[in-house]
Design a protein around this ligand. Structure first.
Ligand code: COA
Length: 271
C-alpha cells in the first residue's frame, strides 16, 4: 500500500483511517488474525466512522482489510470464552458491537466495501451494511454461524435476504459453506469482481467518481433507496420530499446545469 500522510489509528493500530481528495478509507488492520474483529476493534471502527462522517471534505468512505488475505474473518473467536459465552454475556457483547454497526447502517455518506480474501461472519455483516461491494477474484464469502453455534441475528439476515434472496440465505446459513467471488457475483452478494492487482485502483476510481458527483443528489438516492427497502407503512416519505427539495433548490443543481451548457466539468460543493 502507498505511504499515507494523514493516517489516524484506533484500537492500538488495528483500525486505521485516512482521507485524500474527498475519499475516506478505513482499514481493518489485524492481518495476523485475518482481521478478526475484537470488541476494541468494533469500537475503534465506530470512532473512525464518526471522524470521517463529521469531516465535511469526505464524500465517500471505503472499507478494506490489510494484509491481502482477508477483508474481515469475522468476530475474534478467541474473545468468545470471556465475552460471549452465554446469552447474558452475548447481549453485552452485542450491545457494544451493534452500536458501531448502527453507525454504518445509518451512515449519511456513500460507503464501499473493498473485499480481498476472506469475508466471513461479522465481516459479511460489515460488507453487507456498505452501500456497494467490490471484490477481488480470490475472495471467499461465508457465514459459519451454524458451525460455531451462533445465531446470526435479525439485521445481518435482513441484509443477506435482501441481497441474495431467502433460498440462498438458507443454503449459506444452514451449511456454513464458503462461496467464491464468481458465485458471490452471480447471486448478487457483490456488485463487481476484479483481479487482485486491479481491485484497489478500480475501487478508488468508483470512489473518486462518487466524490466528484453532486453530494446532495447522492444523498437523495441513498435516502430514497433506504426508504424503498422498508415496509410501506414504515416509509418516511417526508424525508424523501425534503431531500428532493434541498436538491432542486441547491447551488449544485445550478452548477450542474451551467457546467453542462458550458461543456465543462462541474464543481460541486454539497449545497
Ligand atoms: N477469530 C480469531 N482468530 C482468527 C479468526 C477469528 N475469526 N480467523 C482467523 N484467526 C486466526 C487463526 O486462529 C490463526 O491464528 P494463529 O496464527 O495464532 O494460529 C490466524 O488467524 C491465521 O488463521 P489460519 O486459519 O491459520 O489462516 P488460513 O488462511 O488458513 O484461514 C480463515 C483463514 C479465516 C479461513 C480461518 O482462520 C477461519 O476459518 N477462521 C474462522 C472464521 C470464522 O469462523 N468466522 C466467524 C466468526 S463469528
Amino acid at each position: 500500500m502507498p505511504e499515507i500522510s494523514n493516517e489516524k489509528s484506533y484500537a492500538d493500530g488495528k483500525i486505521l483511517q485516512h482521507a485524500t481528495d474527498g475519499v475516506g478509507v478505513i482499514t481493518f488492520n489485524n492481518p495476523d488474525k485475518r482481521n478478526a474483529m475484537s470488541l476494541e476493534m468494533w469500537e475503534g471502527f465506530g470512532e473512525a466512522l464518526t471522524t470521517l462522517r463529521d469531516d465535511d471534505a469526505v464524500r465517500v468512505v471505503i472499507l478494506r482489510g490489510a494484509g491481502g488475505k482477508a477483508f474481515v474473518s469475522g468476530a475474534d473467536i478467541s474473545q468468545f470464552e470471556k465475552t460471549r459465552h452465554n446469552a447474558a454475556a452475548s447481549e453485552e457483547y452485542a450491545r457494544r458491537s451493534v452500536a458501531q454497526r448502527a453507525l454504518l447502517a445509518d451512515y449519511p455518506k456513500p460507503t464501499i466495501a473493498c473485499i480481498q480474501g476472506f469475508c466471513l461472519g461479522g465481516g459479511m455483516q460489515v460488507a453487507m451494511l456498505a452501500d456497494i461491494r467490490i471484490a477481488s477474484q480470490d475472495s471467499q464469502f461465508g457465514i459459519p454461524a451454524a458451525r460455531l453455534g451462533i445465531a446470526y441475528g435479525y439485521d445481518g439476515l435482513r441484509h443477506l435476504v435482501s441481497l441474495v434472496g431467502p433460498s440462498w440465505a438458507r443454503l449459506l446459513m444452514y451449511t456454513g459453506m464458503r462461496i467464491d467471488a464468481a458465485e458471490a457475483l452471480r447471486i448478487g452478494l457483490v456488485e463487481r469482481v476484479f483481479p487482485e492487482g486491479e481491485l484497489w485502483g478500480e475501487t478508488m476510481a468508483i470512489a473518486e467518481t462518487i466524490s466528484q458527483n453532486a453530494p446532495l443528489a447522492i444523498k437523495a438516492a441513498k435516502i430514497t433507496i433506504a426508504q424503498v427497502l422498508k415496509d410501506e407503512s414504515a416509509r418516511d416519505m417526508d424525508a424523501i420530499k425534503a431531500i428532493g427539495t434541498a436538491c432542486m433548490d441547491s447551488a449544485d443543481f445550478r452548477e450542474g446545469r451551467q457546467a453542462f451548457m458550458e461543456k465543462r466539468k462541474p464543481k460541486f460543493q454539497g449545497k
